[in-house]
Design a protein around this ligand. Structure first.
Ligand code: DQB
Ligand code: GRF
Length: 214
């Protein structure tokens, strides 16, 4: 079977890009990273792309008068490259419904909380303040409502005594690097179906939950 042609959109560090690229490099993995796009010229993730030999483009949002023009440029590049799935990985621009609807079911994101808990920013600080005993990450289809799309995979980690934001963030980030490649694999293997605002995996209600305690 042909591998799913995947693009990864980044704005910064790119550790999730690295995890996705490492999985895709394994023999038999059903997806390939065909393209990386960054809206930031200085994103560290661009260096990973270069080292891994993945084609990368910088599309600075500031070069465009409107969000729509920026997104039209992204859309053109993605379609010209024959991209079938777009993975947001630390991509920090909110996308309009125009782009999101055009890529419906083909656009996913990873968020560092167990959604619907803690959409938005400062997820780890808020999880600590709420005295949560578990934290984690969520891979979801992107809809216009930010961080509200149908959930595909969630990975759970414990919140441990003595955790601060940095310690919890590092534990969640490790879980992200498991969850995102798993979600990519499931989609590439055509095992994920969007049924309205829910996801089915192998015909069963999602999300798939990676929970070491379960
Ligand atoms: C993000 C979600 C939100 C932000 C960044 C990344 C954010 O609020 N940034 C500050 C405002 C920047 C700006 O002016 O654009 N996570 N688009 C839609 N839905 C989503 C998720 C992400 C990025 C774009 C979504 C998204 O769920 N419509 C990734
Ligand atoms: C991750 O925590 C991801 O969940 C969030 O942004 C961060 C990106 O990190 N959306 P990286 O650039 O993949 O290292």
């Amino acid at each position: 079977m042909a591998r799913l042609k995947t693009a990864v959109l980044i704005s910064g560090r790119g550790s999730n890009l690295q995890a996705l690229a490492a999985s895709c490099a394994a023999p038999g993995f059903p997806a390939e990273i065909a393209l990386v796009i960054s809206n930031q010229a200085n994103a560290a993730g661009l260096e990973h792309a270069a080292k891994a030999g993945i084609p990368a483009k910088v599309v600075p949002h500031r070069d465009f008068k409107t969000r729509e023009e920026f997104e039209t440029a992204l859309d053109k590049i993605l379609r010209a490259a024959g991209i079938e799935l777009v993975c947001l990985a630390g991509f920090m621009r909110v996308l309009t419904s125009h782009f999101v609807d055009a890529w419906r079911g083909k656009l996913i994101n990873i968020h560092p909380s167990l959604l619907p808990d803690f959409p938005g920013l400062d997820t780890h600080r808020r999880a600590l303040e709420a005295h949560k005993r578990v934290a984690g990450c969520s891979v979801h289809f992107v809809i216009a409502d930010v961080d509200a799309g149908p959930l595909i995979v969630q990975a759970v980690v414990p919140v441990l005594p003595g955790d601060d934001e940095a310690k919890l963030a590092a534990r969640v980030l490790e879980a992200e690097h498991q969850a995102y490649p798993l979600a990519l694999r499931l989609i590439a293997e055509r095992r994920v179906r969007l049924a309205g605002n829910r996801v089915e995996i192998d015909g069963k209600p999602g999300p798939l939950r990676l929970d070491p305690a379960a």
